[in-house]
Design a protein around this ligand. Structure first.
Ligand SMILES: [Zn+2]
Length: 366
């Protein structure tokens, strides 16, 4: 039973691509699981409340009723601020005062061709990472506009170190348990030898060791029960500090992450004190999403989200990706390309069943 979520940005009416994505997650969640709706509306320039309302109405018309009220990211800024404060405490954030053109100029001086992250954004050359503490403080005090970037190198080092410390502690505990078991076996063997050597004592000499042995076994049993019978939360906690970072893809199995390809990503924008990567990872964790079902275009970003989970100690959901919708010419379909909105299809007299069927059949693999 999965908890999935449908997370549109209310920048327009619901279109066929949305419906396909919504249905994709719905099929995993139903029956038995939960299907949540989240409005990814942190961008005040592009998102509009009336679109959010329209999306919810159209989902309702399609028969896709969310389990619980829709969550609005724009109302959760204090939670994102707390996450940023925690990342800052870990020492993996720094302010960047560069403009986009400055980044492009800096890049041009460093490389012959523009370097981009897997999501197509310009790879940040790290200029502001090297600003001295006092200079940084001066610029912040002056109120110079800035974004907050993740120091990728530091973040990776921190996660790697945490994983190695935990692995060490685990190995130590295992070695201790082994040594204990050995000592116990030795004591037992000694007792047996003693009993054999002194047949007169064998009637009572054996017994003092028996409780000890039982106790040892009970101890082991308790430990196994704790691990085997642990809650889902425990299971995820155990998997958090692994290196290299991995996540589970329903179709591909375990995937090894390479978040370093993104460089020092922006976690808090200049205009909004948050970012897509920050909010989506935070909310998936806080909403208890167990299966993130989303478009193939977001596959690379998952590596980055996995890193944020490791830094924050959040549980890692399972992931599954759906192909993006195409038109008859095999081009990706989106509202920018004039894909028909559910609203238009409704007005044209289509039934919810027909729209749902169309969304399913329009899938393609590009
Ligand atoms: Zn900068």
């Amino acid at each position: 039973m999965w908890v999935t979520r449908f997370a549109p940005s209310p920048t327009g009416f619901l279109h066929l691509g949305h419906v396909a994505s919504a249905l994709f997650g719905w099929r995993y969640a139903k029956p038995g699981g939960r299907w949540l709706v989240r409005m990814e509306d942190i961008d005040p320039q592009r998102c509009r409340a009336e679109y959010a309302t329209a999306i919810l109405e159209d989902l309702d018309w399609l028969g896709l009723k969310p389990d619980g009220a829709a969550l609005y990211q724009s109302a959760r800024m204090p939670a994102y601020a707390r996450t940023l404060a925690e990342l800052d405490r870990l020492g993996v954030l720094y302010p960047c005062f560069c403009t986009r053109s400055e980044i492009a100029r800096e890049q041009a001086g460093m490389f012959s061709a523009p370097h981009t992250a897997p999501d197509g954004s310009l790879l940040y050359p790290g200029t502001c990472r090297h600003i001295s503490g006092p200079e940084r403080a001066r610029r912040l005090a002056e109120g110079k506009p800035h974004v907050l970037r993740l120091d990728m190198e530091k973040a990776l080092a921190l996660v790697r170190e945490k994983a190695s410390l935990e692995a060490e502690a685990e190995a130590e505990a295992e070695a201790e348990a082994e040594a204990e078991a050995e000592a116990e076996a030795e004591a037992e063997a000694e007792a047996e030898a003693e009993a054999e050597a002194l047949p007169a004592r064998s009637q009572c000499g054996h017994s003092p060791h028996a409780p000890e042995r039982t106790q040892g076994r009970r101890g082991e049993g308790q430990q196994q029960a704790r691990i085997g019978g642990g809650t889902e939360q425990d299971h995820f906690q155990m998997k958090r500090s692994v290196w290299p970072l991995v996540y589970e893809d329903l179709d591909r199995g375990q995937v090894v992450c390479t978040p370093e390809l993104f460089g020092d990503v922006v976690l808090a924008r200049r205009d909004v004190p948050a970012s897509y990567h920050l909010c989506v990872t935070h909310d998936d964790a806080m909403q208890g999403v167990t299966l993130v079902a989303r478009g193939e275009d977001l596959r690379p970003a998952t590596d980055l989200h996995r890193l944020l989970q490791a830094l924050m100690g959040w549980r890692t959901p399972t992931y599954v990706f759906h192909p993006l919708l195409c038109d008859a010419q095999g081009r990706r379909l989106s509202k920018r390309d004039g894909a028909a909105s559910v609203r238009e299809m409704r007005a044209a007299g289509m039934t919810p069943e027909a729209v749902r069927a169309m969304a399913v059949f329009a899938g393609c693999s590009t």
